[in-house]
Design a protein around this ligand. Sequence first.
Ligand code: AGP
Length: 611
Amino acid sequence: MCGIVGYIGPRDAYAVLINGLKRLEYRGYDSAGIALVNSKTRIYKCRGKVSDLEKYITGNDVSGNIGMGHTRWATHGEPNDINAHPHKSFHGKFVLIHNGIIENYARLKETLSETGIKFQSETDSEVLVNLIEHIYEQGNTSAEIAVRLALSKVIGAYGLVIACIDEPDKLIAARKGSPLVIGVGNNEYFLASDATPIIEYTKSVIYLNDDDVAIISKEGLVLKTLKNDPQTPRIHQLDLGIGEIDKGGYKHFMLKEIFEQPRSILDTFRGRVGADFNELHLGGLYNVIDRLVKARRIIIIGCGTSWHAGLVGEYLFEDLARISVEVEYASEFRYRHPIIEPDDVVIAISQSGETADTLAAVKLAKECGALVLGICNVVGSSIPRETDAGVYTHAGPEIGVASTKAFTAQVTVLAMMAILIGRKNNTLTDVQYRSYIKSLTEVPGKIEQILAQDDKYKNIASLYKLANNFLYLGRGYLFPVALEGALKLKEISYIHAEGYPAAEMKHGPIALIDHKMPVVVLATKDSSYEKIISNIQEVKARNGIVIAVVNEGETTIKNMADHVLEIPVTDNIFSPLLAVIPLQLVSYHIAVMRGCNVDQPRNLAKSVTVE
Ligand code: AGP
């Protein structure tokens, strides 16, 4: 999720662009750049934050009243000066900034390279700007037509601002899957990923829709579709303040990130699932897949929520790929003088890619000769730089300290890895393989259905916001989700909560059950469904309060529990992706009702880079 800005009008473009990028830095901040495209095109870009870019530009020519800017959240290619945007085409005719993922960029790059084009960066965005130039020069056509023809060949998501040096008083914007807003001023236009950089200049905005193309010049704005059908621009009046816009209108980043999960899971499997669900591509594992498939043992390491994702991974790999798995707290693993063999595979899970204990455990595993893989959300962070290979989650920046979309993205990657290895190990048939892939692609839609029930979670929160203790119970794939639900509640609402395997209740926790103890039971239909019903009966027999997460249409538990939260049916292996959503929202609403600082809970940091 990057931040893009553009400007055309009577003002000095540089000031508008730099201020705009500062407003968008929450969207991504590993590198930044601007281009001024009047008469002579000047591009300034570097690794780092917008403030680093400002220092880098000091003393350079920043005159001009047309330009674009970009703050990057890397998905393809390390964060560095070359991979930063804007990108210029090989013959220098076009300059482009891009937010999104071009899924078929590798094939396009191969074709363009055969024409003699030399690429500077590792990005998919540079492929796009060269495709546009190639079509422009081949077809001897206009910039707008070249852009529309190029975009008709692209698979993926984009929010784009493009300039052509042969048509210097014009900007072209296009959108598919990544947001793009146009601010309409007095003889001036502002473009941005959201309204945050625009609102201080104008409240009149046009939200581009998918397949829209806007051609903007000093004469005005023309809106059309990729297919050249004219569109009537619809101008909206903004009624949000800046503070609300960078949260997408949500009260907190955590809530925004919970509601982003259909999109972040889609982005995590986007470009990795074959068109007709017949194959999975995990490019980051190409060079190590044979060692992974033959692994004697998989050791998964992580901390906190990432450790919980690792526990789901244990069920996935053993269930689907029949490979033995151990899941370890990185902080324990690194000090207990573990036995690590060269035919072990160690998978480090970390949203930030900077957690000190996980990084240290990675280094230890490498010293012992194991193959070390990473599942991280921040491209180019320390852990991915240390591992032999890995798979990035494409969840976008996770600002809320409590991890939500990163967890579901991590589980998505683990599921794809287990399905892929299971197929290669023949522990999954081709029918199972395709069926799981298809089910995975249906998960975002099912999460949308769960999110639509937010009022129910808010109601549960209002009933139990004053409880002093919670118990979370789950079995099988949902046991790690019980742990994750307890962590979410305790870290943002400061209510003590514990997660347990449901069968463990009789081995101690049942002594805690009384009429004041809410017990959240994850009870979707699976092989242990009858057993979880017994656990619910044991809680009710002791006057406990049961809040059960069940599949839609379930009736038995509905007649037993105090409250039921229904979620759609899905394959058992994907149940963690659905069951965790109500728990995230109940925790969020309780924390808000208790007046807690949801995005920055007391004593916590987003990334624990110290031991
Ligand atoms: C989760 O909500 C917490 N913020 C915390 O447990 C976090 O998961 C843990 O610190 C690991 O962070 P990482 O994924 O960035 O390594």
